[in-house]
Design a protein around this ligand. Structure first.
Ligand code: ADP
Ligand code: MG
Length: 246
């Protein structure tokens, strides 16, 4: 009896520690090279990085420093040549393509510089689509919630071309949130916005990280991100330069 109880307690402890690992994202010695003609381009030269759950880390660096490659390796859109990427305790570098696709659909929301909305769909339909694809329930309620969160309830029936850049990026953020992700990966999300709109989008991300308990990694070369993120990682030629806690 006692044994049984202890076993159950141990199982419960393990389940808890699996659900709440120390780091949301852990990148260990990640190397990514691309073969271009007869040359190897070293995009990432052994990156180490840790992100605590619920934290927002900004990845800065010049164009070509490896920011997008790093984000894609974390989101499972690209594969490192060597090294490990653990997300919420799971080693995603060891997943099969099918596992990775399912994991990504459930856990990760992506936001891109160019918004990447489907032009023929309304804001509502753009947000609802990933919920349809995932086959999740409460599609309407969730779509409504996400559009409300980004302040676009009144724009639900509008198409992207009827909206400003800032509004389009808000739709893209609502879409990224649609399937309750644990992690948001945003690649230069303010790159096409003027600085006032960029600040509005950054403030929205800040609110989302805090109220939804989401972990976030965002690339940018704009210094204004320093006012919003918890932590900064700087890349130079595929290597880390610094990590300033502030
Ligand atoms: P950033 O996002 O900081 O601008 P990237 O991660 O896009 O940097 O690129 C890092 C380096 O890797 C650059 O030298 C780039 O040219 C190279 N690179 C990125 N993707 C590819 C690819 N698919 N094929 C070849 N080289 C690539
Ligand atoms: Mg890039």
């Amino acid at each position: 009896m006692n044994n049984q109880r202890e076993k159950m307690a141990a199982t419960e402890r393990n389940a808890q520690s699996a659900e709440t690992p120390e780091y949301a994202v852990e990148v260990v010695d990640v190397v990514r090279t691309y073969r271009v003609g007869s040359n190897d381009v070293l995009a990432l030269r052994g990156i180490n990085l840790q992100v605590k759950p619920g934290h927002w880390v900004g990845v800065r660096g010049r164009s070509g420093s490896g920011k997008t490659t790093l984000l894609n390796c974390i989101g499972g859109l690209d594969h490192p040549n060597s090294g490990t990427v653990r997300c919420f305790g799971r080693d995603i570098t060891r997943m099969s393509d099918g596992e990775l696709t399912r994991w990504r659909r459930k856990q990760v929301g992506f936001v891109f510089q160019s918004f990447a909305l489907l032009p023929t769909l309304s804001a509502w339909e753009n947000v609802e689509l990933p919920i349809r694809i995932a086959g999740n329930r409460d599609r309407r309620a969730r779509t409504r919630y996400c559009l409300e969160l980004v302040g676009l309830t009144k724009w639900a029936n509008h198409r992207p071309y009827e909206m400003s850049g800032g509004q389009q990026q808000r739709v893209a953020i609502a879409r990224a949130l649609a399937n309750h992700p644990s992690l948001i990966l945003a690649d230069e999300p303010t790159g096409e916005l003027d600085s006032t709109t960029a600040r509005e989008v950054l403030a929205l991300f800040r609110r989302i990280v805090e109220t939804e308990g989401i972990t976030m990694l965002m690339t940018s070369h704009d210094p204004i991100v320093l006012d919003y993120v918890d932590d900064v990682v700087e890349l130079q030629d595929g290597q880390r330069v610094s990590n300033n806690e502030h």
